[in-house]
Design a protein around this ligand. Structure first.
Ligand code: ADP
Length: 218
């Protein structure tokens, strides 16, 4: 379903969100107080306009309450980021996502009503740190602070072995949910299905168990 997004702050983060939302078929009103940033988004967003979003009158004129989701992507100017978040909530934007520079900024954004606070630099640092620490981890989705769905390159020590022989669930408490072989993906692997070098395994489990499995097969 098509959604209406309001993206405020068109730096690297806000413009990248705008592009992705548009690619996914949604409508985006992209706003920034800097004219150049607005021009850069003019041919991409549904509408792009220059405005200072810390001004309540401006936000009312934009009809912000008609949007299902507001994204406050103002990074460096803490005061503007906090004030804009407060105003969007006061003007009844149902869902507000705000970008935080650090934990303290994030705490304030939550306190003033942000429904969702994101920490792009911190989270990307953690993600990259985890990927670089491992020879096999390709990507992962955090299901909770303790559980992940991880995409792992099958280690050579698993080559030719079936799921039954590997005993992954019994040994590590993790489940191999799918095995990708090139373009083919086996989404309900059977006990006799074998793993080969170059396969990609989708594993669900606790962070600790997945790490243990990776270490044992290193
Ligand atoms: P990034 O790290 O994503 O590049 P920046 O902090 O550099 O983030 O960019 C934030 C953007 O938010 C800038 O383009 C800036 O002009 C814009 N911005 C800052 N304050 C306001 C405001 N009050 N109203 C609208 N846009 C704002």
């Amino acid at each position: 379903m098509k959604k209406q997004f309001l993206v405020i702050g068109l730096g690297r983060f806000g413009s990248s969100i705008t592009k992705t939302l548009i690619q996914n078929g949604h409508e985006v009103l992209a706003v920034d107080k800097n004219e150049q940033n607005v021009q850069d988004m003019a041919s991409i967003a549904t509408h792009a306009l220059q405005a200072d979003c810390t001004d309540e009158g401006v936000l009312r004129e934009l009809g912000v309450s008609n949007f299902t989701h507001g994204i406050v992507a103002i990074g460096d100017d803490l005061q503007a980021s906090i004030l804009t978040t407060v105003l969007l909530k006061e003007l009844n934007v149902p869902k507000v996502t705000a970008k935080a520079r650090n934990e303290m900024h994030g705490k304030v954004l939550s306190k003033v009503g942000a429904d969702h606070v994101v920490y792009p630099e911190r989270d990307m640092g953690i993600r990259l740190g985890n990927q670089l620490s491992s020879d096999t981890l390709i990507d992962y989705i955090e299901l909770s602070p303790d559980y992940n769905l991880a995409e792992i390159l099958a280690p050579p020590a698993m080559n030719g072995k079936s799921l039954k022989e590997l005993h992954i669930r019994a040994k590590y408490g993790c489940t191999i949910m799918a095995i990708k072989k090139g373009h083919h993906i086996n989404v309900s692997p059977k006990a006799d299905d074998a793993i080969h070098t170059g396969d990609i395994l989708l594993i669900i489990g606790s962070n600790e168990d997945i790490r243990q499995l990776e270490n044992d097969y290193e």
